[in-house]
Design a protein around this ligand. Structure first.
Ligand code: SF4
Length: 375
């Protein structure tokens, strides 16, 4: 890439308001921004010359000052069950992962927000890499752009394959607040992807001060990566819990839900089940008690073991028992089925082999196994 290219403004990550401000700076009206936004996100165009309803003079001006640059796909895998996974190169030679999971008439894209992650959850492959950097808004929305293009969704009358987006890939989205909000706004923007706010979900491990600010800028759906029913166990599994314990997190999440304009919103509680770590009946009982007055649906996720993990997948019996206890208490409980087994292991593993700059995984390899708290 040449120096002059790097100085160009990448229009891919600009929300409508930011794009309109850019056009305003060129002395152009807002409707031009709408036109260009549609070309980029609804037609998948990355060449100004193809924007036929934009004057030749403006196209030339845009080509001189701006670019539409998506991250580059390094590899794409297709599973027999329809799951598709991309390894995507982002600036600086780093790699991230994006996964598409079809389920009936719904297609969910799991999008990454950071290269690596600083939060170091003990069961997470991404956490083992350490933190590298935040993704730009262009790199975040670029994952949606790449996925939609790969399915022909941005062709005239193309199939609507990506119906839902979850900010649940690599990284903690609330630690990359502004870029994630800009990208989510583009996902929901009618002149871009037009995905409903109920179908765009931000999943957080619990960065409470940022969660407290979220309702000021968006009303996307919320998922909490809880994974434990008490602070002692969660401190071990999700270390940010030591700073923002469960009660503080749930209070913040409740406040977020209460500020939503529609009254029937529920947050999703993500609970990864690991054998004899957090899968016992008493854990299910504690979880039910904890969530008694919280508007939730619970998503149980059988742990997917990976090379450096200390944990094992929950047994089918323990999974069923755990689910039944919650169902008996009146909760809505879903179980995430394992998908794409033939193309992928735990999220973050593939990119991890490219990214591990902090050598955290080496430290894990050499470290003594942590003491596990059970009970
Ligand atoms: S589970 Fe999420 S927040 Fe925790 S280390 Fe992994 S990517 Fe980061």
């Amino acid at each position: 890439m040449t120096a002059s290219q790097t100085e160009k403004v990448n229009l891919l990550g600009l929300s409508l308001d930011k794009l309109a401000a850019f056009f305003d700076s060129l002395g152009e009206k807002r409707f031009r921004a709408v036109q260009v936004l549609k070309w980029i996100h609804q037609s998948g165009v990355d060449d100004f010359e193809q924007m036929t309803n934009v004057s030749k003079a403006l196209r030339q001006k845009l080509a001189d000052l701006a670019e539409i640059r998506a991250p580059k796909v390094l590899e794409q895998w297709d599973s027999a069950d329809g799951t598709r996974k991309w390894l995507i190169e982002v600036a600086g030679g780093n790699a991230i992962e994006t996964v598409y999971i079809p389920d009936g008439d719904r297609g969910t894209l799991c999008v990454s927000s950071q290269v690596g992650c600083s939060l170091d959850c003990s069961f997470c492959a991404t956490g083992k890499q350490g933190f590298n950097r935040d993704l730009t808004a262009a790199e975040i929305i670029g994952q949606v752009w790449i996925a939609c293009k790969s399915f022909g969704q941005l062709e005239p009358k193309g199939p609507r394959k990506v119906t839902n987006v979850v900010m649940m890939g690599m990284g903690e989205p609330l630690l990359n607040f502004d870029n994630v909000v800009d990208a989510m706004n583009l996902m929901m923007e009618d002149n871009a992807y037009g995905i409903s706010k109920r179908r765009v979900t931000l999943s957080t491990s619990g960065v409470v001060p940022a969660l407290d600010r979220l309702a000021d800028v968006t009303d996307v759906s919320l998922a909490i990566s809880l994974h434990a029913p008490n602070d002692e166990l969660r401190n071990e599994l999700v270390p940010i819990n030591k700073k923002y314990p469960i009660a503080m997190l749930l209070d913040s999440a409740k406040r977020y839900i209460e500020r939503m304009p529609d009254t029937h919103r529920k947050m999703t509680i993500e609970y990864t089940l690991m054998r004899e770590v957090n899968d016992r009946p008493e854990h299910a009982e504690q979880l039910a008690e904890l969530l008694r007055d919280v508007p939730v649906k619970i998503n149980l996720i059988p742990f997917n073991p990976f090379e450096l993990s200390d944990y094992q997948r929950v047994s089918n019996n323990a999974l069923r028992r755990f689910q039944q206890i919650l169902l008996d208490k009146g909760f809505t409980v879903t179980v995430r089925t394992t998908r794409g087994d033939d193309i992928a292991a735990a999220c973050g593993q593939l990119a991890g082999s490219v990214n591990d700059r902090t050598r955290r995984s080496e430290r894990y390899r050499n470290a003594e196994r942590p003491v596990r708290i059970v009970g």
